[in-house]
Design a protein around this ligand. Sequence first.
Ligand code: DX5
Ligand code: ZN
Length: 228
Amino acid sequence: MKSPSNLPAVKILPSLLAADPGHLAGACQAVQAAGADGLHLDIMDGHFVPNLSFGPDFVRMARTVAPDLYRHVHLMVTRPDELADAFMDAGAQTLLFHVEARAEIRPLIAHLRNRGVVPGLVLNPETPAEAVRPYLSDIDEVLLMTVHPGFGGQSFMKEVLPKIAEIHALAPGLPISVDGGVTLESATWCAAQGANYLIAGTALFRSPTMAGDIIAMRDACRAAYPKP
Ligand code: DX5
Ligand code: ZN
């Protein structure tokens, strides 16, 4: 995951959950035009988390209106094994599911890979790094929740920072993403511990200068990322 200049491949992924629900297509196009590295789509089933959000048609919509924007799909659902195919059919390029969900983890990872989709696992704030350790060589990304999943606009949980460093030490080449309460400031704290994918909803969508904020976040995180 090192770029040619030996800098980490830092990616900034705006979360569509924070966009105006009346203008989601325009929001996808704005994220693409702002130079983001991809679009984060939060899928909630009203069971794993107490909220509902997007179904597969929203992923399909993003592919149609902003075809060059990478689709990074986060399943916050109790049965990811039952829903994964619908989201892959719709155009998910990375598909992440929770270790706390009810699914056979290895077979589902293998299924995603067989379908040409990048597999990743997600940990809730209280879930220890130990829970993902057996799967670190099977996946291409670990996402660490830095809020309780289900809603945008919450405050970043600083207590998750040591877990980033722990996973970075266990699997130094594995991309680590953080999701929840990510601002320019908290993104930099995360990058300093070894996170290189920064997912930000409210901070980027509430800003009138998304393109500039993406550049600032990417530059600050590259500078903060641990030197080899
Ligand atoms: C929370 C979601 C996040 C959310 C982040 O359950 O997984 O992706 O959109 O939103 P902010 O950046 O507003 O915390
Ligand atoms: Zn998310």
